[in-house]
Each structure stands twice: as C-alpha cells, then as structure tokens.
Design a binder for this molecule. Sequence first.
Ligand SMILES: Cc1cc2nc3c(=O)[nH]c(=O)nc-3n(C[C@H](O)[C@H](O)[C@H](O)COP(=O)(O)O)c2cc1C
Length: 381
Amino acid sequence: MPAVENAHCIADLKQLARRRIPEFAFDYIEEGCNANIAMQGNRRALDSVQLQPYYTDAYAKPQLHTKLFGKQYDLPFGIAPLGLSGLVWPQASVMHAETAQKTNTPFVLSTVATISIETAAAHAGDNLWFQLYPPADREICLDLLARAKSVGCENLVVTVDVPNPGRRIKAIKSGLSVPPKITPTSIWQSCQRPLWSLATVTHGLPQFANLTPYMDSKTMAMKDAAEFIRTKLRDVVDLAWLEWLREHWQGNLIVKGILTAHDAKAVMEIGVDGIVVSNHGGRQLDVAPSPVQALPNIVAAVDGGVTVMVDSGVESGIDVARYLALGAQAVFAGRGFMYGVAAGGQAGSDRCATLLQLELEQLMSQLHCSSPQALSKHLWR
Ligand SMILES: Cc1cc2nc3c(=O)[nH]c(=O)nc-3n(C[C@H](O)[C@H](O)[C@H](O)COP(=O)(O)O)c2cc1C
C-alpha cells in the first residue's frame, strides 16, 4: 500500500493513483469531455479568484463547521456523487461513505455507484445524501425514493445536466463504455497493475447495485444492464419533471448542475430546497462556463431563498475557500476523493479530506478569517 501520508496535496494523490490503477480507469476519473475546454476553464477560473487578508482584524482560530438543511457538519465540504466507482477500486464508495462518517461531512451516493443505498447508509449514517439520475420508469423512481427514505436519507440530489452523456474521447478509444469492451489494450493495462487486477477479480466485476433489484436477473450481464439503463433509467429532466419529483419527495430536494440565474430562480419557485452550481467537473458540456463565473449572479438571484452549493475543479482547500468566498454555502469535490481511493484505499480517501481541511484551515488562518461564512468578506474585487 503506497504511503498516502506522504501525499502533501491532491496532486500527490493523483500521481500515486496513476501508478496504482490501469490507464483506462485513471482516464475515467481524469477526463473532461470533447476537447476538455470546460475542465481547463474550471482551473483557470479558480486560479483567478484572489482573497485578501485583514491583518488588523481580531484573530480567532478558524472554525470550519457548517449547517446545511438543519444539520451541523464539521467541514464546509463533502464528497460529490461518483458513478461506476467500483471500476476505480472495489468498494470505493464504501470508503467514501466511511470518510464522510468519520469527518462528519456529506457523502452523495450516485444512482450508478456500485454499492447500494442500503450499504451506503450502513457506512455513512446520517451523512448519506442520494443522487438521482431521473428514471424514465416512474415506478422505479418512486421505489428508489422509498428506499432512500427508509434508510433515513433526507437529502435528494437530482442531476439535471446529463440530457445526453458527455463525449469522452479517451474512454471511447479505450472501450470504456457501458458495457465495457475488453480490448487487448485494456487487458495489457490491467496486467501492469496486478494489485488492482487482483482486487477486482476478488470482488467480481462492478455492478450497478442500486439498480439490480429492478433487473430481470440479479446477475444481469453488463450489456443487458446498459440497455436497461438506456430504456428505463435515463430521462431528460425539465421543470415539469422536477415539479413531479417535488410532489413525491418530502425531504430536502437539491438540483445539481445549475449554471444560470434563470434556472436557479425557476427551481426555487417550485419549492426546491438547494442547488449545486456545477458543470459536472467539465465532463458534460464543453462550452459550459465555470461555476466561478456563474455563482455570483446565481447567489444574487436567489437571495437566500435556497441553499447554494457548488462543485467542479476543486483540487485543494484553497479552491474550497475560493468557492465559499464567492457565496457558496458548501463545496463538493469529486475527482480528489477518487484519486484518494485509487492511491491508497480507505487511507487515501481519508487523506483527501484531511488535506482539504488542512489547506482550508491554514488559508483561513492566514486571512484572519474565523468561519467559512466570513470568507466572502475576503474576496478581492
Ligand atoms: C469519475 C466520476 C464519476 C461521476 N459520476 C457522477 C454521477 O454518477 N452522478 C453525478 O451527478 N455526477 C457525477 N460526476 C460529477 C461529480 O459529481 C462532480 O460534479 C464533479 O466530479 C466535480 O468536479 P471535480 O471532479 O473536478 O471535483 C462524476 C465525476 C467523476 C469524476
């Protein structure tokens, strides 16, 4: 097991991950879509956000706790939904759930993660949130909602920015599709990562564990699962869809993938509780603006009427601070936590949370900023 304790930033975890998992699995995490413009734009936009210190203000040690939907979390960041997680390492989502439980932060389980919502709840407790890809089959949707409710999950995150899956060039070339194509290259890449291959063979090929109860056979082949997902699972979300969901979900409803004040106001008006301003880490719409560009207008437009959260491009605690300073109430990271698991399993996932926390605390201390809510005062304008 590589010593993730020697990873001093998320870039170090990424480097360890590259050496420990096959290239096609690494590319699955890293890639944006099309020409990767939105992903690169996220980095550029975050780097352009500067924060100013107030050295004459009274100094107090930074406190990071944050209240979201009435629950107190210890940190102002969480783990974004990550599908097909078992491809990166078996039980990756269990590790993320454990990290969330230990650090008292939100963990959002993807509909297409490779562990079930029941398993996730057993590991994340009341830190579990559930992300819904809207099923075309409403009976399945209602059953998923009932399962989320019955494990005590109160926060439902519906993703709206995948009307059509993003086009990922490396994934297409390597045959990493649903179902995956086993090619001479993928076999060769797996052979070069014997630990990953052994772990994967031991646990068996990843399954879409949330969805298997709805499939004819619990052991439905990946190929049939793919067809099932295409016909029964995927639907395109619009406001009417969200209104239907609002009627059927009594817990907190959060819409992920918002990039305009127009959409933010529309979902607020139908009674949504929160939004995640996101361009899906640059994985869906290559012409999308960065949340850095979109956030200020959205925060002003909703004017406190919904909880505004954000993700995309977070590579450090400094990035978390930048988004908080722009008005987000919480920040999610995706790839960082995937690199963590790929780099060192549970210890790597925990290490990602520790690094984000360390960097955020250190930066806030340097700014004389004592709480996440006070960061906006430090935005350089
Ligand atoms: C490997 C991977 C799988 C993802 N799967 C999902 C998913 O199933 N559902 C979803 O809403 N978003 C998914 N996302 C997007 C993340 O939830 C999040 O928006 C994005 O990763 C944030 O950007 P970052 O990775 O730069 O932190 C995925 C992202 C990655 C990297």
